[in-house]
Design a protein around this ligand. Structure first.
Ligand code: CP
Length: 305
């Protein structure tokens, strides 16, 4: 039985298999309409979500399966003090697969040891968000036709932004990929990503504070929100929240085929005036998340199509 807790649990070959499956789902949705008939997905969300929870649910419905779960800890018995381990042991009696989001890093890993059914990490604190990375990879692949040979700028809250941690790890395995980490000093990417993931592979990266300075060299620009919920101090959040705001003016020096991504939700990091730019791909990215979650559910449930 497989879980997905960290994107690095999937080999490059398996990532391509998921991308190919998602592309087939896009081309032939009717082929998949009933393949999960009788199967149940439990969405256990101890932290708010729009895209991840609803795209998981849409994914399971479009595969012909069913969905149960909760969207906040308060409406579950966690509010009475029940542990994650006990919760998933019980849910394992009712469902076939779990997608779990939790504010504590490592909670989905703990859950995977007790559930008895596959567990998917739908975001754990400031740590990882592997299924967002699946959405990101499919979007890059569809927009660029490749996952190799590109300069990726990640911009904003690189310290707490779990989507960035998963994306940089995943993309580090493709040849010819370079990174520009654009953040305020206080929100730099965690050192372990540099020392444990990039340095051993000799991958080129630079850490800068200027988005304008980095713009001309980027093939992908991955904007992120400053993660208010992970700050200990509101004053620091207020000081840093508008560090980077992407506007049409700032895109004047960008490549014509730049691909602008954002895991969403956005607060102020991308002006709505950018939305009509053909390089803005963040709403396509949200849609791609559904297709990749369909592909992942099929893989973890070992459904033959
Ligand atoms: N990208 C993402 O995880 O969005 P939600 O928080 O709305 O699920």
């Amino acid at each position: 039985m497989r879980n997905l807790i960290d994107i690095m649990e999937l080999s490059v070959e398996e990532l391509q298999e998921l991308i190919d499956r998602a592309m087939d789902i896009i081309a032939n949705p009717e082929k998949y309409a009933h393949v999960c008939a009788g199967k149940k997905l439990a969405t256990l969300f101890f932290e708010p979500s729009t895209r991840t929870r609803l795209s998981f649910e849409a994914a399971m419905y479009e595969l012909g399966g069913h969905v149960l779960g909760f969207s906040e800890a308060q409406s579950s018995s966690a509010s009475k003090g029940e542990s994650v381990s006990d919760t998933v042991r019980v849910v394992g009696c009712y469902a076939d697969i779990i997608a779990m989001r939790h504010p504590k890093e490592g909670a989905p890993l703990v859950a995977s040891r007790k559930a008895g059914i596959p567990v998917i990490n739908a975001g754990d604190g400031g740590h990882n968000h592997p299924t967002q990375t699946l959405a990101d990879l499919l979007t890059i692949y569809r927009e660029k036709g490749r996952l190799t040979d590109m300069t990726i700028g990640v911009c904003g809250d690189l310290k707490f932004g779990r989507t960035v941690h998963s994306l940089v790890s995943a993309m580090s395995r493709y040849p010819g990929v370079r990174f520009v980490m654009i953040s305020p000093e206080e929100l730099k990417i965690p050192k372990y990503i540099l020392t444990d993931v990039l340095d051993p592979k000799g991958i080129e990266y630079e850490e800068v504070t200027s988005l304008e300075g980095a713009m001309p060299k980027l093939d992908i620009l991955y904007m992120t929100r400053v993660q208010r919920e992970r700050f200990f101090n509101e004053a620091d959040y207020v000081r840093l929240k508008d560090s980077y705001i992407l506007t049409p003016d700032k895109l004047k020096t960008a490549k014509n085929d730049l691909c602008i991504l954002h895991p969403l939700p956005r607060v102020n990091e991308i002006s709505v005036a950018v939305d009509d730019d053909p390089r803005a791909c963040y709403f396509k990215q949200a849609l791609n998340g559904k297709y990749m979650r369909m592909a992942l559910i099929l893989k973890l449930l070992e459904v033959d199509v």
